[in-house]
Design a protein around this ligand. Structure first.
Ligand code: HEC
Length: 127
């Protein structure tokens, strides 16, 4: 019986230690979450759940910029300017789609959204 008791006491203290560790972790992570929150708050509704990193990779992969560069010079990214052709999130999403379908780049709709999310994050900054 004493053996059982000791075993129980030992396992209880393991549980306690695990709980204490979890609490300490939560205390460490809480400030990081608070700092991250405003960044999430600025993501426009249309880009919730999109993956901008994937979008950036796709822009490189499909060589969007090399075509834009032929017409606009430099690295082709001067074209990404809010206020001329593109005035809001919907127009940005639509233009990405137009370049995609018009030029047969074969992007899926989710990929267009990822790209638009990345362009918005990096250049357009629509709210
Ligand atoms: C073969 C050439 C070509 C390729 C490839 C191309 N585009 Fe374009 N893109 C254009 C042209 C031309 C315009 C200007 C359209 C206009 O003025 O009506 C444009 C305009 C844009 C604009 C609007 C810029 C602004 O603020 O006015 C965005 C955004 C854009 N393209 C994104 C992309 C993305 C993303 C890709 C790759 C997935 C891509 N384009 C591939 C030719 C291309």
């Amino acid at each position: 019986m004493t053996h059982m008791h000791q075993a129980l006491a030992a396992s209880n203290s393991i549980v306690f230690k695990a709980a204490a560790t979890a609490l300490r972790l939560a205390a460490l992570l809480a400030p990081a979450l608070l700092v991250a929150a405003p960044a999430f708050a600025q993501t426009p509704e249309a880009f919730k759940g999109a993956n901008p990193h994937e979008g950036e990779a796709l822009v490189k992969d499909r060589q969007c910029d090399s075509c834009h560069a032929q017409k606009w010079g430099n690295d082709g990214r001067d074209i990404y300017r809010p206020g001329k052709l593109i005035r809001d999130v919907a127009q940005l999403r639509k233009q990405v789609s137009q370049c995609n379908t018009g030029l047969n780049l074969n992007l899926f709709p989710e990929e267009e959204t990822d790209i638009a999310a990345w362009l918005n994050q990096s250049y357009y900054h629509f709210k």
